[in-house]
Design a binder for this molecule. Sequence first.
Ligand code: GLC
Length: 715
Amino acid sequence: MSGAGAGIDIDSLMREMTLEEKVGQMSQLVGPKLTGPEGSADVERKIREGKAGSILNVRGEAARRLQEIAVEESRLGIPLVIGLDVIHGYETCFPIPLAMSCSWAPDEIENACRISGAEASRDGIAWTFTPMCDISRDPRWGRVAEGAGEDPYLGARISEAQVRGFQGSLDKPTDIAACVKHFALYGAVQAGREYYTTDMSRVQMMNEYLPPYRAAVDAGALTVMTSFNEFEGLPMTVHPYMLDTLLRGRMGFEGMLVTDYTAIKETVQHGTSPNLDDAALKAARAGVDMEMVSECFSTYLAAAVRDGRIDEAVVDRSCRRVLELKRRLGLFDNPYKYNRPEEIALNGSPESLAASRRLAAKSAVLLKNEGGILPVAQGLKIAVIGPLADQGNEMLGTWSIRPRTHAPVSLLQGLKERFGEQRVRFERGCGILESSDQLRKAALSLAKKSDVIVAAMGESAKMSGEGTSLADVRLSAPQRELLAELKSLGKPIVLVVMAGRPLVLEWESENVDAILYAWHLGSEAGRAIADLLSGDENPSGRLSMTFPRSVGQIPIYYNHKNSGRPAEDYAPYHNRRSQYMDIINAPLYYFGYGLSYSRISYSDLRIETGPSRITVSVTLRNDSGRDAMETVQLYIRDKAASITRPVAELKAFRQVEVAAGSAVRVDIPLEIKDMGFFGSDLSYRVEPGEFEIMVGPSADPRTLLKIACRVAEDS
Ligand code: GLC
């Protein structure tokens, strides 16, 4: 293996490389599993010829084999960097990212990423395509499952935590490269339609969508991925302003920029290139360093350099970034650093599974608990009914990796373990998408003989994630019909919803006694839900996305503008106000909302304004018999500025333990520099004037304590 080795000198290596080999580093191929036998021979040949810098979707022994070909059989022996979507777990599966974001616990999310990255790093993986930083306000878009919800501040805190978790200090074999995706604005696809158009002002982009990407880049992410969508009439993958002026210039990103899957080729479909040759040139000029799968670079770039249509310096710049990524990962020192089969037995450890269970319990959100039906009293006969009750694999959610040693725990298994086989009986009642008279009759018969019904309904793992946009985001008709028949029995009903997105639950919210939103909670889902339903754990999850009352309200989000004719969220219709004739403005459940088994009240909000910081303090009182962990949320409103500002913006949150029957005083520092925004000239500023500071348990204006404050000219 010449050139590549300990303390690699990239300059001298590049001097040895041919133009084709430099272009080869800019090409990522898909692993043999997806290409089939003939494809894998082709992949191996290209690796031997130095025409591949990276392979995705390969792991284990197959990954090692491809690395051996690169290192031992190609002319320069440059190692591959192997990538995979390690989105929320590997052998240990954690809750889907949208669920994790409802824990409002960046440290626990960081730990989940650390465990996930460590497990993947033993099996050939050096690079994960995570975090997904796409803000989204539209549950019709199935990829909300992979993100951190609608808020720029919460999303930023979570994205940076994910980067820290996966990359650590990059000096351990368990540290792998993160990837900030999908740059940018993919979550704003119009009408929630997958791969579709996004368009907004650059002002809105800077204030409401960019913060999570920026936080992840600032956290040191080694790579960024371009998104499928267009913006301002250009596909992101060939957008010089976004990829160079903004990402490299203003955000200071110096790492390696990879496209999403075949995104260069797709620019021909978008209509900005007549052919793949032109598409390759535009992407290279815009700053793309590596092409995922579609091989336009490896087909056209060398010839374009030779006939002067693109400067070789563009290829050198990208090739260098790819080699630098490999150097940072230590692959030149030890190309097999990420192939540690002897450590695979460490994956899925009891400690990791316990971490998954703990985070899962913090990620579920209690939306309703009428008459204190929860926690379920001991000794009751429990009828578990619904198509998701015994489906452990569905609890893994989208972008999961099939576990080898630990079967995911279903709700039914979790309830039986916790309440005893004798107390828990199961009937499916219907399929997720299909009805059955026989199943329904059996379910109704069981329900009649039980004390409480736990209905397990929602979406399968495949119903959210990439390519799963929906126009109707309610429970499926068979599930709704079954629920209505169960309701007619007059028994208490606890609805447990497993889904990868917010569903519209208006009928359910009025007709069942309790709702626990359990998302897809991963390996230990059933046990975590049983921990919550039994009261062993006190629910603490808080929504990171607004839940619409109707799909007609979408996009609906808390940090909206006021308009010139505002209507209060619950105000009745007035034909000269910003509202609908047929529904109130209020969502079904607000951003930040979630119940617990305790009763926490907020009082005595005060502020102390210093030269650069406002110290906000509030008293929390727990007048229940249960200790609680409360997520105190701090919002601001800039009452008058050079551009319109949202009615509320989350700027800080604290998770506070409040013991049963006690009160605690909470101080939250608010830096004045964080109260600003990007103005119409896209410069960031804090403008003096009147602000409102609001503190409470959610973005619901009825629950927020408010206090006026003034930011002075010279702040
Ligand atoms: C997919 C996704 C992206 C993923 C990539 C590799 O199409 O858009 O999120 O990382 O391809 O699997």
